[in-house]
Design a binder for this molecule. Structure first.
Ligand code: FE2
Length: 737
């Protein structure tokens, strides 16, 4: 076994060893590697075509000066077109006046959700308008209405107005809420045309014009998806669109790292021997661990840093008290379990025992690894225990634990716990909340998540993670579904701090209080309107429950393989996840088509006067939870990714078994177990992309859609958050990266 030590593993005697000096260096590195958000623009700079053009390989980047010039001309043409478009809107405004002297006719019909197998449910409360355009281009509104609870409508209009000689064409428009913004503390909804249908003017002859049943691809659930997802396709029929600011910010930030990745990929293709992992590392911006290593060589591989980051780093570990030893806690990271996996990457189960030190930070005392550690082993249940006395294996085991922790955090907590979890609320929200003010409470925090999740299907779950870790795409999808089976708003609480140094848990609790205060006040302020439109809350709740996944491992298709050992592993995972995701297994849960659903029902009543006594509180709790997941919980992992996953040899998505008998129990200098060159540059590209291209923050409120009261409540706690290491200006208002 190689005993070669890298510079990182070697202690340098000249480095400071006292706690105050070390803390000073760490704080300095946090400041130096902190990500700033400056957005700008420039001509003859490389450009990208959009978020959906991001690729794991070579994104569609425009770098040749001629192409940039053509693109510039195209942009100018678009500007001229937009100018005339705006001019047209100013010259021919669509005014609110309704041209109607006497209602003598109606447009009638029903709107329903399109479905693959037969018709979907009715679409309630859609805003409908009937417009005409004169030969001179003027717009005239003839009438408007909303669909009723069953999706039916009768839009009244004056037949003579619509049939006037100077009216050239008539249009039936289906509109939907695309944006919420706050003006003088009050929510305003912005409607956009979802579908415009030209009606043959000559057919308007009788009392009613029957449009019959209109099937709409409106916020449709994707059939066959593992978890509740919006149907998004590439033909431009997305249920929503990114804001221009979001697209610009991402493009601006991603270009430099995209160029670095392309340079590496070209080099790997032409002459792989000319590139090394340290060279790849050096081409990307410095991250927290590489910065600390510069000043304190070996420190980030030591026990102190390991404990600190497991508690307060990206992973925000879940500490389960040891049943026998007081002051001792376990963190469990589960390995490949029974999911479909490959034979390239290792992913053993990792159990880490910590002892709390006097300063409240955890010190690792034992690491248990269960499963294959090299390519020659076959026993998935073989367990090995390491302690600090077992150097150098102890150092290797810590790396294995870091890597498994990063995998679990990214796949389970980040993607399933925040992205997919927020998306299930987003789809239910956009489908159902139209008149109810709860739309204004939720939409600013749930927008764009369905789009970024769609992009992640290709680049992350079906791309990088499937190629750089032990699990296949199929395995990853099943795993995220199981984790979704542990997500419920009911009874959710933030993590309980286990010591004075547990700043991550304290900050989480503080933010939970802020969201609670904000939601309570909003719901009470808009009580009458919310109760008046309770039917929409009922539909929101029904969609959430009916499309939710079953509780983890309970449905036949999600069950572990047969056998006592698999059952014991499933039980252990379930018990741990209950703490990790604050899931109460004793709650009575809705059963739909024989499946016990993970999400609790908010209300079973279609009107408020029939609602149960808990329903009002349920609504507050569900909204509070959805906002918490889409904002703070996502931000925590997303913005710490580059800190804890920004150094290839420190941590990554998966260590390869390599060819040697010691497998992954080897030093960092063994590049045979590290990610290969392609995966290395892709990893740094990804973590940079995800941490650096954030856009949409609560306090910045770039698009005016965050309720100012929310930002005020947060501002009032600025110093308290700061003392816990959290900058409130970096907390995202939504999950969109
Ligand atoms: Fe994310």
């Amino acid at each position: 076994m190689s005993k070669t030590k890298t510079s990182a593993e070697a202690a340098i005697s000249s480095a400071p060893t006292d706690e105050a000096s070390i803390r000073e260096i760490i704080d300095k590195c946090k400041r130096e590697t902190r990500i700033e958000y400056h957005y700008g623009d420039g001509f003859f700079k490389p450009r990208m075509r959009g978020i959906n053009h991001l690729e794991l390989g070579r994104s569609k980047i425009i770098s040749s000066p001629i192409t940039i010039l053509i693109e510039w001309l195209y942009v100018q043409w678009k500007r001229v077109r937009d100018f005339f478009g705006d001019l047209g809107k100013r010259l021919f405004p669509r005014e609110g006046r309704v041209w109607c002297d006497r209602v003598d006719s109606h447009l009638a019909g029903q709107t329903i959700f399109a479905g693959d197998r037969g018709d979907g449910a009715p679409i309630h409360h859609l805003h409908l308008e009937f417009w005409g355009r004169t030969w001179l281009g003027h717009w005239r509104k003839f009438g408007e209405t909303k669909t009723d609870k069953e999706g039916y409508f009768r839009l009244p209009f004056d037949l003579r107005q619509a049939r006037r000689l100077w009216v050239r064409r008539v249009y039936f428009e289906i509109q939907t809420t695309t944006r919420v913004y706050f003006h003088e503390g009050k929510p305003r909804f912005h409607f956009d045309v979802w579908r415009r249908v030209e009606l043959p003017k000559g057919d308007l002859i009788g009392m009613d014009y029957n449009l019959r049943t209109i099937r709409l691809d409106f916020w449709r659930y994707r059939e066959g998806a593992y978890t509740p997802r919006a149907k998004v396709n590439a033909s431009g029929d997305e249920p929503e669109h990114y804001s221009q600011g979001r697209i610009d910010a991402l493009m601006e930030q991603v270009i430099p790292i995209e160029l670095t990745k392309i340079k590496h990929l070209d080099q790997i293709e032409l002459d792989p021997g000319s590139l090394t992992i340290p060279e790849i590392q050096a081409d990307y911006p410095m991250n927290l661990t590489t910065c600390i290593e510069k000043h304190l060589p070996g420190y980030t591989r030591g026990d102190e840093w390991f404990g600190e980051r497991m508690m307060n780093g990206m992973n925000r570990g879940t500490f389960q008290p040891d049943a026998k030893k007081k002051g001792h806690y376990w963190i469990h990271y589960f390995g490949r379990c029974w999911y479909e996996s490959n034979d390239v990457y290792a992913l053993p189960d990792v159990d880490i025992l910590f002892k709390l030190k006097k300063n409240g930070l955890p010190e690792p005392v034992e690491i248990h690894l269960t499963g294959k550690l090299n390519s020659h082993e076959h026993d998935p249940w073989k367990k090995r225990v390491y302690t600090p006395k077992d150097e150098p294996d102890w150092t290797y085991a810590k790396r294995v634990a870091r890597v498994n922790g990063a995998f679990n955090t990214e796949v389970e907590e980040h993607f399933a716990g925040t992205h997919l979890n927020s998306e299930q609320f987003a789809v239910a929200c956009y489908r159902n909340l139209k008149l109810n003010p709860v739309a204004a409470l939720l939409m600013p925090h749930l927008k764009e998540v369905s789009l970024i999740d769609h992009a992640a299907d290709k680049t992350l779950i079906g791309g990088y993670i499937a190629a750089a870790t032990a699990l296949t795409k199929e395995g990853l999808e099943q795993r995220t579904r199981d984790i979704m089976g542990m997500q419920d708003w009911k009874g959710w609480k933030p993590m309980t701090p286990i010591s004075k140094a547990h700043s991550c848990a304290k900050a989480e609790a503080l933010f939970w209080d802020v969201v609670g205060g904000y939601v309570d006040r909003f719901v009470e302020d808009w009580k009458d309107e919310i109760q008046k439109h309770w039917f929409e809350i009922y539909c929101f709740s029904e969609d959430l429950v009916n499309h939710a996944v079953p509780v983890a491992f309970t449905a036949p298709q999600d069950a572990p393989p047969k056998g006592a050992k698999w059952k014991a592993l499933a039980d252990r995972r379930f018990e741990y996840y209950c703490q990790q995701y604050s899931f109460d297994p004793t709650l009575e849960r809705p059963v739909v088509n024989g499946e016990r659903k993970a999400i609790s029902r908010i209300t079973a009543a279609k009107s408020f006067h029939e609602a149960g006594k808990e329903d009002w509180q349920n609504l507050k709790d569900a909204c509070r939870y959805a906002i918490m997941m889409a904002t703070y919980m996502h931000t925590w992992i997303n913005e710490h990714q580059y800190d804890d996953l920004g150094e290839i040899l420190y941590s990554c998505g998966g260590l390869r078994y390599g060819e040697k008998p010691e497998g992954i129990m080897a030093p960092e200098s063994d590049y045979g177990i590290a990610p290969d060159l392609e995966r290395s540059t892709q990893m740094l590209w990804f973590t940079n992309l995800l941490s650096r291209t954030e856009y949409g923050f609560i306090t910045r409120n770039e698009e005016g859609d965050v309720n100012p009261h929310f930002a005020e409540l947060l501002e009032a706690k600025r110093e308290e958050f700061k003392s816990l290491g959290v900058d409130i200006d970096a907390i995202e208002s939504r999950t969109n990266i």
